[in-house]
Design a protein around this ligand. Structure first.
Ligand code: SAM
Ligand code: SF4
Length: 336
């Protein structure tokens, strides 16, 4: 592939990681993510599978080394394996280091083998509870058994799995060690995510449910010896190792400012909007330049211009017990 100048933002951060939402649709309705009655985008607004391929391939040409596919639920997008199979050529050529996805796990039993064949080696599966009733409550439409079967299928197919659990006070507080032990028994890493003030529904509830990960970490420390791991993904996750089990536990605290300086990522929505920062409204429309020309020049220019506008950091703040810097868009739109 021809080498062009890599993407470097105004704060000297190289942009090497692209998260791509391939659909705004989902077969679940998690209470912190979606309203029960969602109106989804008309199909013509969405990037087609071919457009998604062109978009990602252009980013890869500009230096992106890691792609994470998300949504909505990426595995409910019709024909999505065509896209994954297409991206495999970039893994094969060595231009892409990693192709991965974040999924609710509901379709994994169907797709695990195909994902492995497309070069996927690791997946993040979101799972907040191991209790059937609580799972049904938090996801509204989800069934725990189906997700557990998906996880089993993925492990059998040889995929490495990381579990992501949103930490919710009064909801899964009592499952901290159950989740940890369940993951340890399956050699799966576990990451907790601090709940974010996304969307426009029930934010007061979310403030009530806000569970400080410092507290969660302290509770883990009462039972285990925690060793901080220096490794950083350039994102908002910090990791510790539990010395007694060797297990890696992650903490994603998007509301703190401790990661912006190493931020290497941008997010593309399913309509082709590029968000330069999860916590800022600033975005660039990449669909128009993509559709305006069959060649990629306009698109490349638009990407470079967008990256030159990547802000230094974000404005989330829970500290005044009010949701400041609140985002009006849903996680399912920007892809979490
Ligand atoms: N449907 C897939 C899934 O659930 O893994 C991918 C998309 S989902 C939007 C990505 C991640 O965002 C999930 O781990 C989900 O738990 C998380 N998420 C959604 N809303 C959130 C919120 N308000 N605060 C924190 N995490 C949230
Ligand atoms: Fe769907 Fe994932 Fe949002 Fe849950 S968190 S509603 S599974 S997109």
């Amino acid at each position: 592939m021809s080498q062009t100048a890599p993407l470097i933002d105004p704060f000297a951060r190289a942009i090497t990681y692209l998260r791509v939402s391939v659909t705004d649709r989902c077969d679940f309705r998690c209470v912190y993510c979606m309203a029960e009655n969602m109106t989804f985008l008309p199909k013509k607004e969405l990037l087609t599978l071919e457009e998604l391929d062109r978009m990602c391939s252009t980013f890869i040409r500009l230096g992106v080394r890691k792609l994470r596919i998300t949504g909505g639920e990426p595995l409910v997008r019709k024909g999505i394996m065509t896209f994954f199979n297409g991206m495999k050529r970039h893994l094969d050529s060595g231009d892409l280091d990693e192709l991965t996805l974040t999924t609710n796990g509901s379709q994994l039993a169907r797709f695990a083998d195909d994902l492995v064949a497309a070069g996927v080696r690791r997946v993040n599966v979101s799972l907040d509870t191991l209790d059937e009733q609580k799972f049904a409550d938090i996801t509204r439409w989800g069934r725990l058994k189906q997700v557990l079967a998906g996880i089993d299928a993925a492990r059998e197919a040889g995929l490495r799995i990381k579990i992501n659990a949103v930490a919710l006070k009064g909801f899964n507080e009592d499952e901290l060690f159950t989740l940890q032990e369940w993951c340890a028994a399956r050699d799966m890493d576990l990451t907790f995510i601090e709940v974010m003030p996304m969307g426009d529904l029930g934010n007061e509830d979310r403030l009530d449910q806000y569970w400080d990960l410092k507290d969660l970490r302290a509770r883990l420390g009462e039972r285990f010896t925690l060793t901080d791991l220096a490794e950083s993904s350039g994102g908002p996750a910090r990791y510790v190792r539990l010395e007694e089990t060797g297990q890696k536990i992650g903490f994603i605290t998007p509301l703190t400012h401790n990661f912006c300086e190493s931020c290497n990522r941008v997010r593309l929505t399913c309509t082709g909007e590029l968000y330069m920062c999860l916590g800022q409204e600033d975005m660039a429309d990449l669909r128009a330049p993509l559709r305006a020309s069959a060649k990629d020049d306009l698109l490349e220019d638009a990407i470079r211009k967008a990256i030159s506008l990547k802000p230094k950091g974000h404005d989330f703040d829970y500290s005044r017990q009010a949701v400041d810097g609140q985002m009006s868009r849903h996680m399912s739109h920007t892809g979490g």
